[in-house]
Design a protein around this ligand. Structure first.
Ligand SMILES: Cc1cc2nc3c(=O)[nH]c(=O)nc-3n(C[C@H](O)[C@H](O)[C@H](O)COP(=O)(O)O)c2cc1C
Ligand SMILES: Nc1ncnc2c1ncn2[C@@H]1O[C@H](COP(=O)(O)OP(=O)(O)OP(=O)(O)O)[C@@H](O)[C@H]1O
Ligand SMILES: [Mg+2]
Length: 596
């Protein structure tokens, strides 16, 4: 370690002791590197580095020395001019903190306090500070002599002599284990509370829906009048639809939605939605559009964006029971490397997401409603958090919107003050529009047509849930298809090998996520490898697999659950029509990565 170059000139030290014997550079509100000060705030007076006239360590007669030995704050000095910067002085509190005797530590570098669980990044920060002769304050895990770990809030700063030579490093330590543990259990408790709230919310909403479905089915079972039975069935179906919408919102919140992103102009998209938006608010609410032309494209899923925007506009409507103005705006935004301020000074939520500097497009919804308190802003994007009465809000609107925006690589921001309206912003990254082929328009084939039994196509249905399998089979058979079934990938492949040679399988209809070694993607690849002319349709409740494994199956290959009868029949006949045309072109990777 070289100690002769001086990074900051000690003669510039502003705080000179009245005796003229020592001087220091004051903190003046700056935080030390590491920003974890033992005094929990940026101080004004304390010195971050100092200059001394008397470097003698053996002058121990004064009251200051007594103070150092009496304080409960551990302190040490190290000598950077000796090999490996060893400890040359340790006060009594340091011995008490660490459990060592003085002679065991003098002459040793402080790293003996570190151990297996010590964060190497924190150690590197200390090393850099020592190398740069700069002050640093941070917390890291250290170990006492008897091996027990403790969280150490350590401050290190340089001490120069009047010639500008670095003579010592001073350090103070503090055991902050109790505070860290409290913080951790608090966070854990908060997490448990959120999970409890989520579960309770889900249970509540699904119980209601199940009640409606079951109740109506029971009524159907005993109904004598067909018209009545129809009504019961319709009521049950509509409750099931609401359940499906609930899970869609939840999946969006969990960022597990199968997105179909396309490069889009947000301005154009919002213009297209404007009728729908108008119709979702009441007459007293006026919608004003302020849309910038010529925006860079953003890559988003238009259906999800529509849902997110509607959720946000509906919130604006709800916040203005007596009417008012809602302004929907689009504009470009450049994020600088370091973000400063939130622009308007209102309380803001950035949804905990750090975005890379660069070009973004903002879609903003501003209302003149009752606004939100900081506590509400803080929790607004939590699923099932609602301030609306029972039955009027599920608390999934902003959860969905924020999950969707995040999954699209952006961030949701909320700015609001009670009584002063609310601005909700969705930021989407622009520019890198790696263009995905727009899905080819599908020839539409009427779904309800019954298949001619003579030419009945053979479908292999693979699904691990018995009930779902039974329904798929029922729907397909009732439409005249010839159906074989398997409960998992391995079974399906065995069955395929056995029946295909004599009873040709025209379509593989498989669940994507299945237990066992073989998921839908792997199965599809194996089947297509055996006979490339077999069509494939996959189905899934969400497709984490595809998202994780990169290349996405084409939209036309995957049917989302829950699906309706007409949808299934539509997609099956489309898949069958694609036969041959695709088989020869399909490569292994067409379904995404094939490992599980
Ligand atoms: C004055 C001073 C006090 C230090 N106090 C501690 C300490 O309490 N705990 C610790 O883990 N490291 C402490 N260190 C850091 C280590 O001594 C050492 O600088 C760090 O481990 C990085 O260097 P290395 O990568 O060579 O180990 C201190 C360093 C100095 C200069
Ligand atoms: N524009 C707004 N003005 C004032 N408060 C808002 C606004 N948007 C959201 N909030 C607050 O955030 C809460 C959560 O909003 P969110 O959209 O997630 O759920 P919700 O509107 O209560 O229910 P849901 O949208 O599922 O019907 C709301 O209950 C409300 O307190
Ligand atoms: Mg809402």
């Amino acid at each position: 370690m070289s100690a002769d170059s001086v990074p900051s000139d000690p003669s510039s030290h502003d705080d000179v002791d009245p005796t003229g014997l020592a001087a220091g550079k004051q903190a003046e509100g700056t935080m030390d590197t590491g920003a974890n000060e033992p005094i929990e705030r940026s101080g004004l007076h304390h010195w971050r580095e100092s200059t001394i006239t008397d470097p003698d360590l053996n002058d121990r007669g004064g009251v200051f020395f007594a103070a150092i030995e009496m304080t409960r704050m551990p302190m040490i000095l190290t000598d950077p001019n000796l090999d490996d910067n060893p400890i040359v002085f340790a006060n009594k509190a340091f011995l008490d903190l660490t459990g060592y005797e003085e002679e065991e530590i003098l002459g040793r570098n402080c790293r003996f306090l570190q151990g297996s669980q010590t964060d190497r990044n924190a150690v590197a920060e200390l090393r850099h500070a020592v190398e740069n002769k700069s002050a640093v304050a941070l917390e890291l895990l250290n170990y006492r002599r008897d091996g027990t770990p403790f969280w150490n809030a350590v401050f290190v700063g340089p001490v120069y002599d009047t010639g500008g030579t670095l003579r010592y490093f001073f350090a103070s330590q503090l055991d902050v284990t109790r505070r860290r543990n409290t913080e951790q259990s608090y966070r854990q408790a908060q997490k448990m509370e959120s999970i409890g709230q989520l579960t309770a919310g889900l249970a509540h909403d699904f119980n209601n829906l199940l009640q409606v479905v079951n109740g109506n089915l029971e009524l159907v079972a005993t109904a004598k009048d067909p018209a009545r039975a129809q009504r019961y069935v319709a009521a049950a179906q509509s409750a099931a639809e609401r359940g499906a919408k609930l899970t869609r919102q939840l999946l969006a919140f969990a960022r597990k939605t199968r997105l179909e992103p396309r490069p889009l102009d947000l301005t154009q998209l919002v213009s297209e939605f404007s009728d729908l938006i108008e119709s979702s608010v009441n007459k007293q609410v006026e919608i004003h559009l302020s849309l910038r032309r010529g925006l860079a494209p953003v890559v988003v899923d238009p259906d999800q964006l529509e849902m997110a925007l509607l959720n946000i506009v509906n919130n604006a409507r709800d916040a203005m029971p007596d009417g008012g103005l809602v302004t929907i705006a689009t504009r470009p935004l450049k994020l600088q490397p370091v973000e400063n301020g939130d622009g308007t000074g209102g309380t803001a939520l950035r949804d905990g997401v750090e975005l890379a500097a660069g070009d973004y497009v903002v879609l903003e919804v501003q209302d003149e409603g009752h606004g939100m308190s900081p506590e509400v802003i803080e929790r607004a994007t939590e699923p099932f958090f609602t301030t609306k009465g029972v039955g009027s809000g599920t608390g999934l609107g902003l959860a969905m919107a924020s999950g969707f925006v995040r999954q699209s690589g952006g961030r949701l921001e909320i700015e609001s003050r009670p009584g002063e309206g609310t601005t909700v912003r969705m930021l989407f990254p622009s520019g890198h529009a790696e263009k995905r082929e727009p899905a080819a328009p599908e020839p539409h084939v009427a779904a309800s047509a019954i298949v001619d039994p003579d030419t009945a196509r053979h479908i292999l249905v693979v699904e691990d849930s018995d009930e779902v399998l039974a329904i798929a089979r029922e729907i397909l058979e009732s439409a005249g298809y010839h159906v074989s079934t398997a409960a998992n990938g391995e079974q399906a492949l065995r069955l395929f090998d056995e029946i295909h040679p004599r009873d040709r399988v025209d379509l593989l209809f498989t669940d994507l996520v299945m237990p066992g070694g073989m998921n839908g993607l792997v199965l599809a690849d194996a089947v297509v490898e055996r006979d490339a002319s077999v069509s494939v349709l996959m189905t899934t409740g969400y497709n984490e697999e595809l998202v994780i494994n990169g290349p996405r199956a084409r939209a036309t290959d995957v049917l989302s659950k829950p699906y309706r009868r007409a949808e299934l029949l539509d997609r099956v006949s489309q898949a069958l029509n694609r036969r041959g045309e695709r088989g020869s072109r399909r490569r292994r990777s067409d379904f995404g990565a094939a490992q599980v």
